[in-house]
Design a protein around this ligand. Structure first.
Ligand code: ZN
Length: 246
């Protein structure tokens, strides 16, 4: 989380006004008692990590993380959750920068009650790759698919090994030759893989796509027509990319 100077000034001012943090500040400066029993009740929850706490320039730190006063929690939560990336990513963002007691619970509560996060949560089911999908190195096996987003068609290419992906806007034209042109650009930049896996969409089943695969010498594997939903890897990436674009 990036703090502007103004935000830091506010946190500093609010730290001075926060009853619990006032007590915490004076305890950090004057030293901790030998027993938690001698500690004011409102800051006993800080006891177990008292060695990690320090003061700098009017801010309280737990390690590298700024302790956020009560009045600023909601603002910081909103900032952490700005990109609607779900519980784990939001916690990761907090881990490098801010802290308060119960921060993880607050993040969980916020994300669970956020309709946008819930709608775009990728499903938690384990990804099982079939034998032809298991790569030994990056950019060896790629998945590709088209998707529609806000009035335009997009091409997605994702690497099975690294999960790295490339998105190209195709506009309205999704003919085989448009798709092939976009794929050629991507492969020219990143290299030619051993395999490209796609569904049986008309762009990929066309004769010129077969020609393209032969000329550029990669194996083109299409998901079985009997299991049209079996291309789970690329479908999950489509969801992720759409959520990010949204
Ligand atoms: Zn959200």
């Amino acid at each position: 989380v990036r703090f502007t100077k103004e935000r830091l000034d506010i946190i500093r001012e609010e730290t001075k006004k926060d009853q619990c943090l006032i007590t915490l500040t004076s305890t950090i400066i004057n030293g901790w008692p030998d027993s938690i029993k001698d500690l004011p009740v409102e800051i006993r929850s800080y006891w177990s990590y008292r060695d990690e706490l320090s003061m700098e320039d009017g801010l309280i730190f737990k390690g590298e993380r700024v302790i956020i006063p009560n009045s600023q929690k909601q603002t910081i939560l909103d900032q952490l959750h700005y990109a609607h990336q779900g519980v784990e990513k939001t916690k990761l963002r907090a881990r490098d920068s801010v802290y308060w007691n119960q921060i993880n619970q607050d993040i969980e509560k916020l994300v669970k009650s956020c309709p946008i996060c819930q709608e775009h949560q990728p499903s938690q089911q384990k990804e099982t790759l079939r034998p032809h999908e298991i790569p030994q190195r990056p950019w060896e096996v790629l998945g590709t698919d088209l998707f529609h987003f806000q009035g335009a068609e997009y091409l997605l290419v994702a690497d099975y090994y690294s999960k790295y992906f490339v998105v190209r806007k195709l506009g309205q034209n999704t003919s085989s030759s448009t798709v092939i042109r976009a794929l050629k650009q991507i492969l020219a930049e990143h290299g030619i893989p051993l395999k490209i896996i796609s569904d049986n969409g008309p762009q990929f089943s066309a004769a010129i796509f077969k020609q393209f695969a032969e000329q550029w010498s990669f194996h083109h594997i299409t998901s079985s027509p009997h299991y049209p939903k079996s291309n789970g890897f690329i479908e999950r990436h489509v969801q992720t990319v759409k959520a990010a674009l949204t």
